[in-house]
Write a protein that binds this ligand. Sequence first.
Ligand SMILES: Cc1cc2nc3c(=O)[nH]c(=O)nc-3n(C[C@H](O)[C@H](O)[C@H](O)COP(=O)(O)OP(=O)(O)OC[C@H]3O[C@@H](n4cnc5c(N)ncnc54)[C@H](O)[C@@H]3O)c2cc1C
Ligand code: SF4
Length: 513
Amino acid sequence: MKNCRHLIFILGDQLDIDSAALADADAKQDIVLMAEVPHESTHVWSAKPRTAFFLSAMRHFAAVLEKKKFQVEYRTTGTHQFATLIDALADAVVQHKPQKIVLVTPGDYRVEQSLLAFAKTIKTPLVIRDDTHFMCSREDFAEWAKGYKQMRLEYFYRLMRRRYKVMMDGDEPLQGRWNFDSENRGAFPKTGPQNVPPTHAVKPDAITKAVFKDIEKNFADHPGTLTDFAWPVTRVDALVALQKFCDERLATFGEFQDAMWTNAPFLYHAHISAALNLKLLNPREVIAAAIAAFEDGRAPIEATEGFVRQVLGWREFIRGLYWLDMPGTREANYFQHTRKLPAWYWTGDTHMQCMKDSIGQTLQYGYAHHIQRLMITGIFGLMAEVSPKEIEDWYLAVYIDAVEWAELPNVAGMAIYANGGRFTTKPYIASGQYIKRMSNYCTGCRYKPDVKTGATACPVTTLYWNFLDKHEATLLRNPRTALMARNITKMSADDRQALRDHAAITLKNIDTL
Ligand SMILES: Cc1cc2nc3c(=O)[nH]c(=O)nc-3n(C[C@H](O)[C@H](O)[C@H](O)COP(=O)(O)OP(=O)(O)OC[C@H]3O[C@@H](n4cnc5c(N)ncnc54)[C@H](O)[C@@H]3O)c2cc1C
Ligand code: SF4
């Protein structure tokens, strides 16, 4: 083993050849370290599709680096004894005695803290560079946030549109509107979605197949399956996926952004969040591709703006908030909920069709779209009074795009209101009636979405009314929820008691719903 100049540590969500960590890299003097360590798949019970996405993308990226003549030290699952990233790094420091360790800001506070703690134990300087993949730096976001008592996406989004001159006409938004949200909430007609163009499916190559083997050997009992894994795990394939989305689905993305349908896991969404989060794609090129589609008439402004808002707005906003609010968000529990996550979140084995379908596709593909995550599995977790930590760990484990900076604010902030409304104006709750309106899940379900109590009562509806009952005073005080909360005040005392009794039974039997 030789001494090196820089030991460049590339983490699993930093697979970007233009990464700041590689900016001044010298293939002759530097060593690139990449490590697959069990702790990253076990600190939450990482589902097989998620682990496969990370490991396969990492191995493919290591091959790209090697092709560019970098000296890559790659620690493969099952071939070493290092349990954690720090164990692997510590060993490489001893072996190579680098002048510096160089890396880019990790995506998890947990990993950043462990690196900073490790740095205190060694003499070698540890240089953590800002992640230039993002369009708003942590410092920039913190500076922007100083000006506001309440964090609202809309203000941040307008700033980003102006800063990057995206869909602007001088200082004004193109066609005079910042937001086409109201045009983007359609449900499917009774016949359901028709002729949805397929997402870009990639046949697993030898590298991906080797990853599957390692997962089945080392994480056999983890949730999820690999049978249908066909995600793009290289930059080349991720670019094809992006192009196909812009050519074939973007035009319809806006209108049906919130709609859901049984056995239709992908619909008109982009399916690029994992490629973005692992940095196979850059947000600037994603936005440019969508705008090109708009400019040459492949997509209308409503859909294009809706999509740009997700990538330039929500994604950057969520990341800024994560770093601003950690570690507080991870501890937040506004409603003091302590119940366990229903066991069927890990299997999909429930009679509730909405949950069965959303969780089923999650375990099969590692994917569900935003409204499934928010309005199906998310609000149920809130209304079933599940401990935030349990539900946050589930979200971090099951989605192929789950990196904590993206997962935690969405779960704690948006889905379960654990942070008490840091960037939302109200807790998101809904009854089975909403799910009936936005999907066909209720057709064929043993429960009835409009029934609150009794054998056929929809658990979503029961728990929705129970939530209104329990939090009536708080919800009445908030102008955004007052109308909804007033409905519970109209219920007779007897009906209210029957609701409470049935809700108690529902919560007691939650694992068998
Ligand atoms: C409870 C909950 C948990 C979530 N966990 C994650 C997560 O772990 N990782 C993750 O990337 N996204 C997460 N999201 C956001 C969003 O659901 C996913 O980014 C999206 O479903 C990914 O699918 P897509 O690529 O088809 O997205 P599309 O619907 O096609 O949207 C386009 C892109 O916009 C970005 N985006 C949209 N909304 C958000 C958002 N709220 N936060 C961050 N980026 C956004 C994504 O990069 C996405 O690829 C979560 C949302 C909720 C409500
Ligand atoms: S009836 Fe209730 S549980 Fe069944 S699918 Fe509809 S919302 Fe879900």
